[in-house]
Design a protein around this ligand. Structure first.
Ligand code: HEC
Length: 358
């Protein structure tokens, strides 16, 4: 027998052994039936070690059905699901539901945005029932010609809410894609499209604090939080006109866009004036950072606001103002000056203010 054939024989013995092993392993592994998954080699790949919200784990004996997550307390409504529980009566009864969302320009704009995303492919961008779905397919249009028809012009908003929420005829429910508040905003836009001339836009509610921004403020000075008081501080008295001037200086301090707590050099003169006042009239002050309301960014914004207040403090200290006389704080978006719905409003809300305390 040559060496070659004996090697071959060795090889074939080895492969027989391997096939045998694989077959045994196979038998053990793959017997999965019913609720038995068989042997899992790396169970972490299938079943997360961390609890998952909607899994049922046997040891959760206090939660219904062994669920990981508890059911909401009866009668509670999740944030944003405004009054959802109330809207359960039928289509006819929905006539009584009135639109709780103010028809401000910002709400109307959001309504339009949502409408173009969720409704226009059927109803058309102007509500003329000429969206691609209706124009280019066999999909039958609604029984009225468009939102400008008398039917939609006189259709109670509550009924529209019912239709958007629960669907009607060939139109499906949009409850899963629009929160109740968003639905009411879309409905403002539907009513706007159906009769733009008759639509009454409500004045934008300005932020409740502060108000006028100095430039056009010819009446009495607005002292904002200085006159309302700050929690945890006793306010010092200061001449209203002097304060208004200092506050305007502070509010107009600009920061860099990228290094967000770096004061722009053109704003130094604003702060020089504040420093000069503090040097001539030694007193204790709070420098407070305020932010705009940015969904999901509030925590970060609050931190940026504090860093900005600290940057202003550093600058004033560099001009000789005693460090111990200045405290810094962030109020986040609690005290807006203007609406957070527009970029201009948000720009006004991002600011550092000064308050005189004892
Ligand atoms: C898939 C196409 C489609 C989409 C998307 C759609 N609709 Fe409709 N819509 C219809 C049809 C069809 C009807 C007619 C239903 C009927 O009366 O049978 C209708 C009816 C309506 C009516 C009249 C309701 C009533 O009570 O008679 C309004 C108002 C309306 N839609 C608004 C909207 C809004 C707002 C959206 C977006 C949130 C939307 N629709 C999305 C197809 C659609």
């Amino acid at each position: 027998m040559s060496r070659l054939t004996s090697r071959k024989k060795h090889l074939s013995n080895l492969s027989v052994a391997l096939i045998g092993f694989a077959a045994v392993a196979q038998l053990g592994a793959c017997v999965s039936e019913g609720n038995d998954p068989g042997i899992e080699y790396a169970p972490n790949m299938y079943v997360s070690e961390a609890y998952e919200a909607f899994t049922q784990t046997g040891d959760m004996k206090y939660n219904p059905g062994g669920m990981t997550m508890r059911l909401p307390v009866p009668g509670t409504i999740a944030r944003g699901q405004m009054d959802y529980a109330r809207y359960t009566e039928g289509y006819e009864a929905s006539v009584a539901w009135t639109n709780p969302v103010s028809p401000t320009e910002a709400n109307l704009a959001e309504g339009e945005f949502l409408y173009q995303r969720y409704c226009s492919h059927c109803h058309g961008k102007d509500g003329k029932n000429d969206g691609a779905v209706i124009k280019n397919s066999e999909y039958p249009p609604p029984p009225w010609s468009g939102y400008q028809s008398e039917y939609v012009q006189t259709l109670p908003e509550g009924k529209i809410f019912h239709t958007v929420t629960f669907g009607k005829g060939l139109m499906g429910s949009h409850a899963s894609v629009l929160t109740p508040e968003q639905r009411w905003k879309v409905i403002h836009f539907v009513k706007y499209l159906s009769n733009p001339d008759a639509f009454q836009i409500a004045p934008e509610a300005l932020g409740t604090e502060g108000g006028n921004m100095g430039a056009e403020n010819t009446g009495t000075a607005d002292l904002g939080l200085q006159s309302k008081g700050l929690e945890g501080f006793e306010m010092a008295s200061i001449d209203a006109t002097v304060y208004a001037g200092l506050l305007t200086n502070m509010r107009n301090v600009q920061f860099e866009k990228v290094r967000m707590n770096k004061i722009k050099s053109e704003s130094h003169s604003n702060l020089d004036a504040v420093a000069a006042y503090l040097l001539a009239n030694p007193c204790n002050v709070v420098l407070a950072g305020h932010t705009a309301r940015d969904l999901g960014m509030d925590a970060i914004q609050g931190e940026i606001a504090l860093k900005r207040a600290q940057a202003v403090k550093e600058y004033l200290v560099s001009k000789g103002v005693p460090e111990a006389s200045i405290k810094t704080k962030s109020y986040g978006s609690e005290h807006p000056l203007a609406s957070n719905e527009t970029e201009e409003g948000r720009e006004l809300n991002r600011r550092v203010e000064i308050y005189f305390v004892k």
